[in-house]
Design a protein around this ligand. Structure first.
Ligand code: GLV
Ligand code: GLV
Length: 349
């Protein structure tokens, strides 16, 4: 018989559905829009027979749900997201369920939103807009040119962000990552040489030994790490205190990487410190006081929200499930090399 695939929220575009249908799947999309599904509701959706699920980053995919999916005969789960901190991968493995995510298609989109938050925060775009509408006028601030950009987590998105500022703004890059990103270093190194050959100052890139080194050196710090036990509250009161008083901090990764309560206190105490946030510790809620901070630019987790990216994510999620249900390996992070524009060429036709 056909394979039953449950999709916990409707997905954009049409290609994802074609992928699953072509793989012989009968797709059921949950019609509970505008609600974040709890475990009990998802268990009901899984029901007695379910081969695969495409779920959301707002759902808690751990032992209970993977056990239920296995009990229903399921073998495939794909997150409709690149981040998978909501997925307990060992629990999936224990239940012989393969897990996929959606790397690659959102790299530039997410880096671009982080860049937009950086510039908006650094140049007080939102405040300026409010002041203009309020009939007020305030002076201007120094621009970013020739300052230092710090990256925490130099994976695909962090590297794309670094390139935007190195190439676009000729800013030097420092980064912290447990692994060196040689590809990024070579790229910026070559660009630096090109600038020098034209008589301009070379941009540089340097991997620093610790996060603290990056926080102390950089004028702008953008977070691009995964959320896990090592990065939860990576940016706490103590580390905020190491940053320059007029630094800009950007988070388009995961909210809990920053201790948001400590951040609010820091923003209140340091009016020249600015932050751009796409994600929040208790999403969708904000910690008390954040909404009142004029020096914060805040947007509702929209970093991957372009139609091209979102339908690409849907297609990848569908490919993950379809591949697994047809006996192929799922899409995984290791399939995507840094700087490929998008993994579409690898999607099974
Ligand atoms: C979005 O936050 C994602 O991880 O894809
Ligand atoms: C994940 O970090 C990505 O860049 O796709």
């Amino acid at each position: 018989g056909s394979k039953r695939v449950v999709v916990t929220k409707n997905l954009p575009g049409e290609r994802w559905l074609k992928v699953l249908t072509a793989a012989g799947c009968r797709v059921e999309v949950c019609t509970l829009e505008d609600t974040i599904l709890d475990v009990a509701t998802i268990k009901k959706l899984i029901g007695k027979k379910c081969d695969g699920v495409i779920g959301q980053l707002t759902e808690d995919w751990s032992h209970e749900l993977f056990g239920a999916l296995r009990g229903a005969g399921g073998t495939a789960y794909s997150n409709y997201a690149v981040g998978y901190n909501n997925v307990h991968v060992p629990a999936a493995t224990d239940n012989s369920i393969a897990v996929g995510n959606t790397p690659g298609v959102l790299t530039e989109t997410t880096a671009e939103l982080a860049a937009a938050l950086t510039l908006a925060a650094a140049r007080r775009v939102v405040e300026g807009d409010r002041f203009m509408r309020g009939g007020q006028y305030k002076g201007w601030l120094p621009d970013l040119f020739s300052k230092i950009v710090g990256i925490v987590g130099a994976g695909r998105i962090g590297a794309a962000y670094a390139r935007m500022f190195a190439e676009g703004h000729k800013m030097d890059i420092v980064y912290y990552d447990p692994y060196p990103n040689k590809h990024l270093e070579d790229f910026i190194g070559a660009y630096g040489k090109l600038l020098e050959s034209k008589g301009e100052r070379a941009v540089t890139i340097e991997q620093l030994p610790t996060v603290e080194d990056v926080l102390k050196r950089a004028d702008v710090v953008s977070l691009h790490c995964n959320l896990d036990e090592n990065t939860k509250h990576l940016i706490n009161a103590e580390r905020l205190g190491m940053m320059k008083p007029d630094a800009v901090l950007v988070n388009a990764a995961r909210g809990p990487v920053i201790d948001e309560t400590a951040l609010v206190a820091h923003l209140q105490a340091n009016p020249d410190f600015r932050v751009g946030l796409d994600v929040f510790e208790d999403e969708p809620a904000m910690k008390p006081g954040l909404a009142e901070c004029e020096n914060a630019v805040i947007v509702p987790h929209i970093a991957s929200a372009s139609l091209w990216t979102r339908s690409g994510m849907a297609t990848l999620a569908a490919c993950n499930v379809a591949a697994r249900l047809s006996g192929h390996p799922v899409w995984s992070d290791s399939d995507v090399l840094p700087f490929v524009d998008g993994p579409f060429e690898k999607i099974p036709k």
